[in-house]
Design a protein around this ligand. Structure first.
Ligand SMILES: [Zn+2]
Length: 323
Protein backbone atom coordinates (compact mmCIF):
# COMPACT_ATOMS: atom_id res chain seq x y z
CA UNK A 1 0.00 0.00 0.00
CA UNK A 2 2.78 2.41 0.91
CA UNK A 3 4.65 1.44 -2.22
CA UNK A 4 1.64 2.15 -4.39
CA UNK A 5 1.30 5.57 -2.79
CA UNK A 6 4.98 6.24 -3.35
CA UNK A 7 4.73 5.28 -7.03
CA UNK A 8 1.64 7.41 -7.44
CA UNK A 9 3.35 10.34 -5.77
CA UNK A 10 6.40 9.87 -7.98
CA UNK A 11 4.26 9.83 -11.13
CA UNK A 12 2.33 12.91 -10.02
CA UNK A 13 5.58 14.75 -9.33
CA UNK A 14 7.14 13.63 -12.60
CA UNK A 15 4.11 14.83 -14.56
CA UNK A 16 4.12 18.20 -12.84
CA UNK A 17 7.89 18.63 -12.95
CA UNK A 18 9.18 21.62 -14.88
CA UNK A 19 11.58 20.97 -17.76
CA UNK A 20 14.51 22.00 -15.57
CA UNK A 21 14.35 18.79 -13.54
CA UNK A 22 15.43 16.84 -16.63
CA UNK A 23 18.65 18.85 -16.48
CA UNK A 24 21.84 18.01 -14.65
CA UNK A 25 24.03 20.40 -12.75
CA UNK A 26 27.03 20.75 -15.03
CA UNK A 27 29.70 20.65 -12.34
CA UNK A 28 28.19 17.70 -10.50
CA UNK A 29 27.77 15.66 -13.69
CA UNK A 30 31.22 16.26 -15.19
CA UNK A 31 32.96 15.56 -11.88
CA UNK A 32 31.43 12.07 -12.24
CA UNK A 33 33.42 11.84 -15.49
CA UNK A 34 36.65 12.66 -13.64
CA UNK A 35 36.87 16.35 -14.58
CA UNK A 36 37.75 18.98 -12.03
CA UNK A 37 36.78 22.62 -11.65
CA UNK A 38 39.16 25.06 -13.30
CA UNK A 39 37.31 28.37 -13.21
CA UNK A 40 33.90 29.75 -12.43
CA UNK A 41 32.36 33.11 -13.02
CA UNK A 42 28.89 33.95 -11.76
CA UNK A 43 27.18 37.11 -12.81
CA UNK A 44 24.17 38.70 -14.42
CA UNK A 45 23.37 36.41 -17.31
CA UNK A 46 27.07 35.93 -17.99
CA UNK A 47 27.84 32.89 -15.81
CA UNK A 48 30.52 30.61 -17.12
CA UNK A 49 32.29 27.50 -15.90
CA UNK A 50 35.47 25.78 -16.99
CA UNK A 51 36.52 22.19 -16.26
CA UNK A 52 39.60 20.09 -16.98
CA UNK A 53 39.95 16.33 -17.49
CA UNK A 54 42.95 14.43 -16.02
CA UNK A 55 44.68 14.31 -19.42
CA UNK A 56 44.46 18.11 -19.71
CA UNK A 57 41.48 18.23 -22.07
CA UNK A 58 39.16 20.96 -20.92
CA UNK A 59 35.95 22.70 -21.83
CA UNK A 60 34.21 25.99 -21.26
CA UNK A 61 30.47 26.51 -20.92
CA UNK A 62 28.55 29.76 -20.76
CA UNK A 63 24.94 30.36 -19.71
CA UNK A 64 22.37 30.38 -22.55
CA UNK A 65 24.89 29.37 -25.23
CA UNK A 66 23.91 26.66 -27.75
CA UNK A 67 27.40 25.18 -27.60
CA UNK A 68 30.38 24.48 -25.38
CA UNK A 69 34.03 25.05 -26.29
CA UNK A 70 36.07 21.85 -26.05
CA UNK A 71 39.82 22.46 -26.27
CA UNK A 72 39.15 25.57 -28.35
CA UNK A 73 36.54 23.94 -30.60
CA UNK A 74 32.85 24.74 -30.68
CA UNK A 75 30.62 21.70 -30.10
CA UNK A 76 26.92 22.36 -30.65
CA UNK A 77 24.48 21.19 -27.96
CA UNK A 78 20.87 20.09 -28.41
CA UNK A 79 19.71 22.32 -25.53
CA UNK A 80 21.18 25.65 -24.52
CA UNK A 81 23.21 25.76 -21.30
CA UNK A 82 20.82 26.51 -18.42
CA UNK A 83 21.22 27.79 -14.88
CA UNK A 84 19.90 26.80 -11.45
CA UNK A 85 20.66 28.98 -8.44
CA UNK A 86 23.82 30.32 -9.98
CA UNK A 87 25.10 26.96 -11.27
CA UNK A 88 25.11 25.98 -14.92
CA UNK A 89 22.97 23.04 -16.07
CA UNK A 90 22.94 20.83 -19.13
CA UNK A 91 20.24 18.52 -20.47
CA UNK A 92 20.42 14.79 -19.96
CA UNK A 93 20.62 14.14 -23.68
CA UNK A 94 23.57 16.50 -24.06
CA UNK A 95 25.26 14.79 -21.12
CA UNK A 96 24.75 11.39 -22.80
CA UNK A 97 25.55 12.43 -26.36
CA UNK A 98 28.24 15.10 -25.93
CA UNK A 99 29.93 14.94 -22.53
CA UNK A 100 30.17 11.16 -22.11
CA UNK A 101 31.61 10.46 -25.60
CA UNK A 102 34.08 13.36 -25.46
CA UNK A 103 35.25 13.05 -21.86
CA UNK A 104 34.52 9.50 -20.85
CA UNK A 105 34.21 6.79 -23.41
CA UNK A 106 33.61 6.07 -27.04
CA UNK A 107 34.04 2.37 -27.64
CA UNK A 108 35.86 2.28 -30.94
CA UNK A 109 36.66 -0.75 -33.05
CA UNK A 110 40.01 -1.13 -34.80
CA UNK A 111 40.48 1.07 -37.89
CA UNK A 112 42.10 -0.59 -40.89
CA UNK A 113 40.05 0.45 -43.87
CA UNK A 114 38.83 3.99 -44.57
CA UNK A 115 36.38 5.07 -47.27
CA UNK A 116 36.74 8.66 -48.47
CA UNK A 117 33.75 10.22 -50.18
CA UNK A 118 34.54 13.15 -52.48
CA UNK A 119 31.20 14.99 -52.59
CA UNK A 120 29.27 15.47 -55.86
CA UNK A 121 30.75 14.53 -59.28
CA UNK A 122 29.72 14.28 -62.94
CA UNK A 123 26.49 16.17 -63.65
CA UNK A 124 26.43 17.29 -60.00
CA UNK A 125 29.07 20.04 -59.79
CA UNK A 126 28.25 21.06 -56.22
CA UNK A 127 29.03 24.65 -55.24
CA UNK A 128 30.70 26.88 -57.80
CA UNK A 129 33.10 29.79 -57.42
CA UNK A 130 32.66 31.79 -60.63
CA UNK A 131 35.54 34.16 -59.98
CA UNK A 132 37.98 31.25 -59.53
CA UNK A 133 36.30 29.14 -62.23
CA UNK A 134 36.53 26.32 -59.72
CA UNK A 135 33.84 23.99 -58.43
CA UNK A 136 33.22 21.80 -55.45
CA UNK A 137 33.31 18.44 -57.24
CA UNK A 138 36.89 19.13 -58.40
CA UNK A 139 37.95 20.45 -54.98
CA UNK A 140 36.59 17.42 -53.11
CA UNK A 141 38.15 14.90 -55.52
CA UNK A 142 41.54 16.60 -55.26
CA UNK A 143 41.32 16.77 -51.45
CA UNK A 144 40.38 13.07 -51.31
CA UNK A 145 43.39 12.11 -53.48
CA UNK A 146 45.72 14.06 -51.16
CA UNK A 147 44.13 12.59 -48.04
CA UNK A 148 44.36 9.05 -49.45
CA UNK A 149 48.16 9.36 -49.78
CA UNK A 150 48.50 10.69 -46.23
CA UNK A 151 46.31 7.98 -44.70
CA UNK A 152 48.11 5.26 -46.67
CA UNK A 153 51.37 6.55 -45.16
CA UNK A 154 49.74 6.03 -41.74
CA UNK A 155 49.15 2.40 -42.76
CA UNK A 156 45.45 2.40 -43.64
CA UNK A 157 43.79 0.82 -46.63
CA UNK A 158 42.01 3.69 -48.33
CA UNK A 159 39.23 3.69 -50.92
CA UNK A 160 37.27 6.45 -52.66
CA UNK A 161 33.57 6.41 -53.56
CA UNK A 162 34.66 7.93 -56.89
CA UNK A 163 38.10 8.18 -58.43
CA UNK A 164 37.14 10.47 -61.29
CA UNK A 165 34.58 13.07 -62.33
CA UNK A 166 31.56 10.74 -62.33
CA UNK A 167 28.13 11.00 -60.76
CA UNK A 168 27.52 8.73 -57.75
CA UNK A 169 24.07 8.41 -56.15
CA UNK A 170 23.91 9.52 -52.54
CA UNK A 171 22.61 6.12 -51.35
CA UNK A 172 25.43 4.30 -53.11
CA UNK A 173 28.05 6.04 -51.00
CA UNK A 174 27.19 4.55 -47.57
CA UNK A 175 26.28 1.28 -49.33
CA UNK A 176 29.84 1.14 -50.66
CA UNK A 177 31.15 1.57 -47.11
CA UNK A 178 29.13 -1.47 -46.02
CA UNK A 179 30.27 -3.56 -48.99
CA UNK A 180 33.90 -2.68 -48.32
CA UNK A 181 33.45 -3.31 -44.60
CA UNK A 182 35.04 0.09 -44.07
CA UNK A 183 35.89 1.06 -40.49
CA UNK A 184 35.52 4.82 -41.09
CA UNK A 185 33.72 6.97 -43.65
CA UNK A 186 34.73 10.57 -44.39
CA UNK A 187 32.65 12.65 -46.77
CA UNK A 188 34.37 15.74 -48.20
CA UNK A 189 32.55 18.93 -49.16
CA UNK A 190 33.05 22.65 -49.51
CA UNK A 191 30.32 25.05 -48.50
CA UNK A 192 28.43 28.06 -49.90
CA UNK A 193 26.51 30.87 -48.25
CA UNK A 194 23.21 32.36 -49.44
CA UNK A 195 23.20 33.67 -53.03
CA UNK A 196 25.09 36.93 -53.36
CA UNK A 197 26.87 36.54 -49.99
CA UNK A 198 30.61 36.40 -50.57
CA UNK A 199 31.62 37.01 -46.96
CA UNK A 200 30.30 33.91 -45.08
CA UNK A 201 33.20 31.59 -44.37
CA UNK A 202 34.58 29.02 -41.95
CA UNK A 203 34.97 25.30 -41.49
CA UNK A 204 32.47 22.87 -39.96
CA UNK A 205 32.21 19.12 -39.40
CA UNK A 206 28.96 17.19 -39.21
CA UNK A 207 28.07 13.92 -37.59
CA UNK A 208 24.70 12.18 -37.60
CA UNK A 209 22.08 13.72 -35.29
CA UNK A 210 21.30 11.42 -32.33
CA UNK A 211 17.77 10.02 -32.19
CA UNK A 212 15.26 12.45 -30.70
CA UNK A 213 17.50 15.48 -31.25
CA UNK A 214 17.27 18.41 -33.62
CA UNK A 215 19.75 18.75 -36.43
CA UNK A 216 21.85 21.89 -36.22
CA UNK A 217 21.15 22.61 -39.90
CA UNK A 218 17.36 22.46 -39.45
CA UNK A 219 16.80 25.93 -38.03
CA UNK A 220 14.38 26.03 -35.17
CA UNK A 221 12.03 23.51 -36.73
CA UNK A 222 12.18 20.13 -35.07
CA UNK A 223 11.83 18.33 -38.37
CA UNK A 224 12.44 14.60 -38.15
CA UNK A 225 13.96 13.31 -34.94
CA UNK A 226 13.76 9.64 -35.93
CA UNK A 227 16.44 7.09 -35.08
CA UNK A 228 18.72 6.02 -37.94
CA UNK A 229 20.81 2.85 -38.30
CA UNK A 230 24.08 4.78 -37.86
CA UNK A 231 22.89 6.15 -34.49
CA UNK A 232 24.59 3.14 -32.94
CA UNK A 233 27.83 5.04 -33.59
CA UNK A 234 26.75 8.32 -31.94
CA UNK A 235 29.73 8.37 -29.57
CA UNK A 236 32.47 7.57 -32.10
CA UNK A 237 30.79 9.83 -34.69
CA UNK A 238 31.06 12.81 -32.37
CA UNK A 239 34.58 12.00 -31.25
CA UNK A 240 35.73 11.65 -34.88
CA UNK A 241 34.01 14.91 -35.89
CA UNK A 242 35.56 16.82 -32.98
CA UNK A 243 39.04 15.33 -33.59
CA UNK A 244 38.96 16.37 -37.25
CA UNK A 245 37.38 19.80 -36.66
CA UNK A 246 40.00 20.59 -34.01
CA UNK A 247 42.88 19.82 -36.38
CA UNK A 248 41.28 21.70 -39.28
CA UNK A 249 40.80 24.87 -37.24
CA UNK A 250 44.32 24.69 -35.81
CA UNK A 251 45.86 24.07 -39.25
CA UNK A 252 43.93 26.61 -41.31
CA UNK A 253 43.14 29.26 -38.70
CA UNK A 254 39.68 29.39 -40.29
CA UNK A 255 36.57 30.55 -38.49
CA UNK A 256 35.31 27.65 -36.33
CA UNK A 257 31.69 26.95 -37.28
CA UNK A 258 31.73 24.00 -34.94
CA UNK A 259 30.92 20.34 -34.64
CA UNK A 260 27.36 20.12 -35.93
CA UNK A 261 24.71 17.47 -36.51
CA UNK A 262 22.62 16.60 -39.52
CA UNK A 263 20.73 13.65 -40.94
CA UNK A 264 22.57 13.73 -44.27
CA UNK A 265 21.75 10.73 -46.46
CA UNK A 266 25.40 9.73 -46.68
CA UNK A 267 25.57 9.46 -42.87
CA UNK A 268 22.19 7.95 -41.94
CA UNK A 269 22.67 4.34 -43.02
CA UNK A 270 26.42 3.93 -42.49
CA UNK A 271 27.61 0.64 -41.05
CA UNK A 272 30.62 2.36 -39.46
CA UNK A 273 31.39 5.71 -37.81
CA UNK A 274 31.44 8.60 -40.25
CA UNK A 275 31.50 12.38 -40.67
CA UNK A 276 30.83 14.99 -43.33
CA UNK A 277 33.30 17.85 -43.61
CA UNK A 278 32.67 21.31 -45.04
CA UNK A 279 36.25 22.50 -45.52
CA UNK A 280 35.49 26.15 -46.25
CA UNK A 281 33.18 28.33 -48.34
CA UNK A 282 33.48 28.19 -52.14
CA UNK A 283 31.23 31.28 -52.19
CA UNK A 284 33.51 33.39 -50.00
CA UNK A 285 35.70 35.81 -51.90
CA UNK A 286 38.59 35.14 -49.53
CA UNK A 287 38.08 31.44 -48.73
CA UNK A 288 36.94 30.58 -52.26
CA UNK A 289 40.28 31.84 -53.57
CA UNK A 290 42.10 29.75 -50.95
CA UNK A 291 40.17 26.56 -51.83
CA UNK A 292 41.21 27.03 -55.46
CA UNK A 293 44.85 26.77 -54.30
CA UNK A 294 46.43 23.33 -53.95
CA UNK A 295 48.25 24.45 -50.77
CA UNK A 296 44.97 25.00 -48.92
CA UNK A 297 43.53 21.63 -49.99
CA UNK A 298 46.76 19.98 -48.86
CA UNK A 299 46.40 21.67 -45.46
CA UNK A 300 42.84 20.40 -45.15
CA UNK A 301 43.96 16.87 -46.10
CA UNK A 302 46.80 16.97 -43.55
CA UNK A 303 44.43 18.21 -40.85
CA UNK A 304 41.93 15.42 -41.53
CA UNK A 305 44.71 12.79 -41.48
CA UNK A 306 45.93 14.18 -38.14
CA UNK A 307 42.36 14.16 -36.83
CA UNK A 308 41.98 10.49 -37.77
CA UNK A 309 45.27 9.71 -35.97
CA UNK A 310 44.01 11.55 -32.87
CA UNK A 311 40.73 9.63 -32.97
CA UNK A 312 42.39 6.24 -33.34
CA UNK A 313 45.19 6.93 -30.86
CA UNK A 314 43.07 8.44 -28.12
CA UNK A 315 43.76 6.66 -24.88
CA UNK A 316 40.85 5.36 -22.91
CA UNK A 317 40.06 7.48 -19.89
CA UNK A 318 41.17 6.28 -16.46
CA UNK A 319 38.86 3.95 -14.57
CA UNK A 320 35.88 5.75 -13.10
CA UNK A 321 36.57 7.23 -9.71
CA UNK A 322 34.62 5.53 -6.97
CA UNK A 323 32.95 7.64 -4.35
ZN1 LIG B 1 28.72 19.56 -51.13
Amino acid sequence: MRRVTAIFLFLALAAAAPAATTDYLLGESVRQLGLRDAARQAGDGKSSERYVAPGGLGFYAEYSRDHIIVDGIKVMLDDAVGSQRGHLTISRRDYDKVFVPLFWESPRGPVRRILLDPGHGGKDTGKINGAQKYNEKAATLDTAARLKLLLEKQGYEVFLTRNSDVFVDLEDRPAFAAKLRADLFISLHYNAGPAGDDTADGVETYCLTPAGQRSTNAGKARSTTAAEPANRFDGPNLLLAWSIQRRMIRTTGSDDRGVRRARFSVLRTLACPGVLIEGGFMSSRREGALIAEAAYRQKIAEAIAAGVADYVGRARPPAKATK
